[in-house]
Every structure is written in structure tokens, then in C-alpha cells.
Design a protein around this ligand. Structure first.
Ligand code: PGA
Length: 255
């Protein structure tokens, strides 16, 4: 039985290294209480904690990784470099990176590189807005197919899909997606994957949700949304609030 997972995406926060150390320590302390949930913290790379390898309960994530290994790629950081620092999970294709021009092809290459290093990719997908003709479903199918085509079944078992409707990101709990609508979306994603790889692969795949998850809505989203965890943005910058999310996830049976 695999554990539910909660990933803290700190994005480009906090401003100062000392604040990052304090937040990491507080998150570390919280994480120690929750044994049934896989917990990952993804700070800006520059704030990776020095003593990280000693930590079993909290895994280290990155918010992106380049597809090359080493060489002439100014400003980039490779999956291998991250792995060597103890990173186990890499967020890819976040909508905030897509908004800067990152396209499906680049994301697919990055996904291949992360898998090659035997790390866990968190593939973010999500529509910017919903149109009455439901074209956004076609958009989601494209995001899924471009990243997931021609993968081995083993790799499919490693990849985690983070469904993050862009319109629900960075707001408050009341603006998050309705849990029952989320359930419809997880079924939709599973259907697309069933079409590509069959029912068994689709059923085993972890689908998580991101978009204004807070302590107050986490239990309902998890319980009624049919997800295996969360990608948490702003609420992960407050260890108390993050702890409430972890506590809600810990209460739900794993898949
Ligand atoms: P949010 O961010 O929790 O602040 O909505 C989620 C995300 O962008 O991953």
C-alpha cells in the first residue's frame, strides 16, 4: 500500500536564508508526527538544508530541473546535481513556469531526465480557465499525452500527476476547486491514462491536487476528491497551517 503524499512548494520564498532555515526546522518538527504520509519540502535550491541527508521523515524536492546532465547550460541545474544533494522529488511543468514560456516538449525532456536519475517527477497539469464548450479538457489531454507518451509501465508507476487548475492557485480555501468536481477530474485523468496504458497502470497512478489547499479544506478535498495528496503553495510557508494539512491527510486511508 503506498502512502499519500504532501509536497510543500515554497516557490520563490522566503526572502532570507535565516527565515528559510527556521521554516525548514519548524516543518521538520511537524513532519515527525506524521508517519503514514510521505512529506516532501521543495525550497528554492539555494536554501537546501546542509544537514538534509540525516532526515528520514521529510524528503527533499526541487521545483524544476534541466534535462542536461552537465555542460554549457548557463543558469540551469540538472537532475543529477539535485540527486547528489539528496533530492528525491522534482516538480515539473508548474503553471508558473509554463507561463514563462515552458512548453510541453521541454517538460517531456525534463521528465525523461528525472526518471533517468530514478527520482520521482511531479508532473503538473491544469487549465488556465474553463470554457463552456469544455475545450479545456482537450488542453489537459494534450498536456498529459505529450509528457506521458512512450513511457515504460515502470516509469508510469513512478510519475505523480499534480492536477492544478490555474484559476484556483494562490487564493484562499474558499476559492479552491469543489471536492466533487475534483473527483470528476481525477476520473477524467484516469480515463486518459487508461486509454494510453490500460486500467491497471491508471489505477496505480497517484493523482494529487494543488490550488489553495489550506488546513480548513484539506480533509474534504482529500476525502471527496479522490486524490492521493496535495501540492501546497502558500500554506506551506506557515508550518502550523502545513501541519493542519498533514493532519488531515494522515486521517485518510491510503490507496
Ligand atoms: P497555492 O499554490 O497552494 O498557493 O494555491 C499551489 C501551487 O501553485 O503549487
Amino acid at each position: 500500500m503506498s502512502k499519500n503524499i504532501v509536497i510543500a512548494n515554497w516557490k520563490m520564498n522566503p526572502e532570507k536564508s535565516l527565515q528559510a532555515t527556521k521554516l525548514y526546522q519548524a516543518t521538520f518538527k511537524k513532519a515527525g508526527k506524521f508517519k503514514k504520509t510521505e512529506i516532501v519540502v521543495a525550497p528554492p535550491n539555494i536554501y537546501f538544508p546542509q544537514n538534509f541527508k540525516k532526515n528520514k521523515n521529510l524528503k527533499l524536492g526541487a521545483q524544476d530541473a534541466f534535462f542536461g546532465v552537465t555542460g554549457s547550460s548557463t543558469g540551469e541545474v540538472s537532475s543529477l546535481m539535485l540527486k547528489n544533494l539528496g533530492v528525491t522529488h522534482v516538480i515539473l511543468g508548474h503553471s508558473e513556469r509554463r507561463a514563462l514560456g515552458e512548453g510541453n516538449d521541454l517538460i517531456s525532456k525534463k521528465l525523461t531526465a528525472v526518471l533517468k536519475e530514478s527520482m520521482t517527477p511531479i508532473l503538473c497539469i491544469g487549465e488556465r480557465e474553463r470554457d463552456p464548450g469544455a475545450q479545456y479538457l482537450t488542453f489537459l489531454i494534450e498536456q498529459l499525452k505529450s509528457a506521458l507518451s512512450n513511457r515504460s509501465k515502470k516509469d508510469m508507476g513512478t510519475i505523480i500527476i499534480a492536477y492544478e487548475p490555474v484559476w484556483a492557485i494562490g487564493k484562499t480555501a474558499v476559492d479552491a476547486m469543489d471536492a466533487h468536481k475534483l473527483h470528476v477530474m481525477t476520473i477524467f485523468i484516469q480515463k486518459v491514462i487508461t486509454g494510453m496504458y490500460g486500467r491497471e497502470v491508471a489505477a496505480a497512478m497517484k493523482i494529487i491536487y494543488g490550488g489553495s489547499v489550506e488546513g480548513s479544506n484539506a480533509f474534504n478535498l482529500l476525502h471527496n476528491g479522490n486524490v492521493s495528496g496535495f501540492l501546497v503553495g502558500h500554506a506551506s510557508l506557515d508550518a502550523e497551517e502545513f501541519g493542519e494539512i498533514l493532519s488531515a491527510v494522515e486521517q485518510k486511508k491510503n490507496k
